[in-house]
Design a protein around this ligand. Structure first.
Ligand SMILES: Nc1ncnc2c1ncn2[C@@H]1O[C@H](COP(=O)(O)OP(=O)(O)O)[C@@H](O)[C@H]1O
Ligand SMILES: [Mg+2]
Length: 262
C-alpha cells in the first residue's frame, strides 16, 4: 500500500457479504459467499469464467437476489430492499457493466444524464455541466452529441465510466473493464481506474483477468473458486499463499484452468 493513503482496514467494512447462497435452478453459484469491503480500498475479484463474479456485483446492487444470507452496504441490509429502497444504494454504488451497456438510441449526453435524472441531480443546466465535467475526466470532451454506434469499444467503455461516476458514487464496481479492448485503451482505462481511486478516494471493486493491472492498482485480491472466496488478502499475501489455484491464476491461468483444481 502506498504511504500517502491511510489504511482502510482500521475502519469498519462498508460492504459485507455474509454466508450468501445463490443458485440458478440446479446450478449452485455460491455455497458461502463471505467478503468484507473497506472504505477507500480497491479490491480485485478474480476467478474462472462463469464462476459468479458478475453475479456478486449484481447481487450487491440488487439486480439479482441472494437466495440466503446477508449483504449489507453502508449499514443497510440490501437483500430485503425493493426497487425504491435500492435507489439510494445504486446512487452510492455505481457499476460499469461488462460491455458498457449504453442505450444505443440515446446520445452520449443523454446516456450520462439518465442516472443523473433518476437521482434528481438538478436542472438541465446543472446536468449539462456535470456531463461536460465527467466527459473531461474520461478524456472525451465534446463528445456529447455522438451516438454509441459512432464510438469505438474503448470510447464506449469510457462513456460508461463517465456515466458511472457522474452521480459521485462512493463505490464503483468495474466488471471486466478492459476485456476486449486494444492495448492502448486497456492502459487508458486502467489509468482512469487508478486516477479515480487517487483523486476521488472511491472504493473500487474490480473484476478482471488482467493480472498485471490487478497488481498495479489493487490493495487486496479475492479469489472466487469452488463456490466461495477461497482466498482474500493483500497482494503480498497472495504472492506468499500456498493456494495452488491462486498461484496458477496469478501466473497467468486466466480462467482457463480446470475448475476442479483444489
Ligand atoms: N440471470 C441469470 N439466470 C440464470 N443463470 C445465470 C444468470 N446470471 C448468471 N447466470 C449463470 O451463473 C454463472 C455465473 O455467471 P457470472 O457471474 O456472469 O460469471 P462470471 O464469473 O464469468 O462473471 C454462469 O454459469 C451463468 O450462466
Ligand atoms: Mg462476468
Amino acid at each position: 500500500m502506498e504511504p500517502d493513503r491511510p489504511s482502510p482496514y482500521a475502519s469498519d467494512p462498508i460492504i459485507s457479504f455474509r454466508a450468501v447462497k445463490k443458485a440458478f435452478g440446479p446450478k449452485v453459484i455460491y455455497e458461502d459467499c463471505t467478503l468484507d469491503i473497506y472504505p477507500g480500498e480497491t479490491i480485485t475479484i478474480i476467478g474462472g469464467s462463469g464462476t459468479g463474479k458478475s453475479v456478486t456485483l449484481k447481487m450487491l446492487i440488487g439486480l439479482l437476489k441472494a437466495d440466503e444470507g446477508s449483504i449489507s452496504a453502508f449499514g443497510t441490509e440490501v437483500t430485503t430492499l425493493g426497487e425504491s429502497g435500492l435507489l439510494p444504494i445504486r446512487k452510492r454504488v455505481a457499476m460499469l457493466f461488462q460491455g458498457a451497456a449504453l442505450f444505443d438510441s440515446l446520445t452520449v449526453a443523454q446516456n450520462i444524464k439518465y442516472p443523473l435524472r433518476e437521482h434528481h441531480w438538478g436542472d438541465e443546466k446543472r446536468l449539462d455541466e456535470r456531463v461536460a465535467e465527467v466527459l473531461d475526466m474520461v478524456g472525451l470532451p465534446g463528445s456529447q452529441k455522438l451516438k454509441p454506434s459512432e464510438l469505438s469499444g474503448g470510447m464506449r467503455k469510457r462513456v460508461g465510466l463517465a456515466r458511472a461516476i457522474a452521480v459521485e458514487p462512493d463505490v464503483i464496481l468495474y466488471d471486466e473493464p478492459t476485456t476486449g479492448l486494444d492495448p492502448i485503451n486497456v492502459r487508458r482505462i486502467n489509468g482512469l481506474i487508478l486516477s479515480l481511486q487517487k483523486r476521488l478516494g472511491v472504493t473500487s471493486i474490480v473484476v478482471t483477468h488482467d493480472m498485471d493491472a490487478c497488481f498495479t492498482f489493487t490493495d487486496r485480491i479475492a479469489l472466487l473458486h469452488n463456490r466461495r472466496f477461497s482466498f482474500v488478502g493483500t497482494k503480498d499475501e497472495a504472492h506468499h499463499c500456498d493456494n495452488r489455484y491462486l498461484q496458477e491464476f496469478i501466473a497467468g491461468g486466466r480462467g482457463t484452468l480446470d475448475e476442479d483444481v483444489e
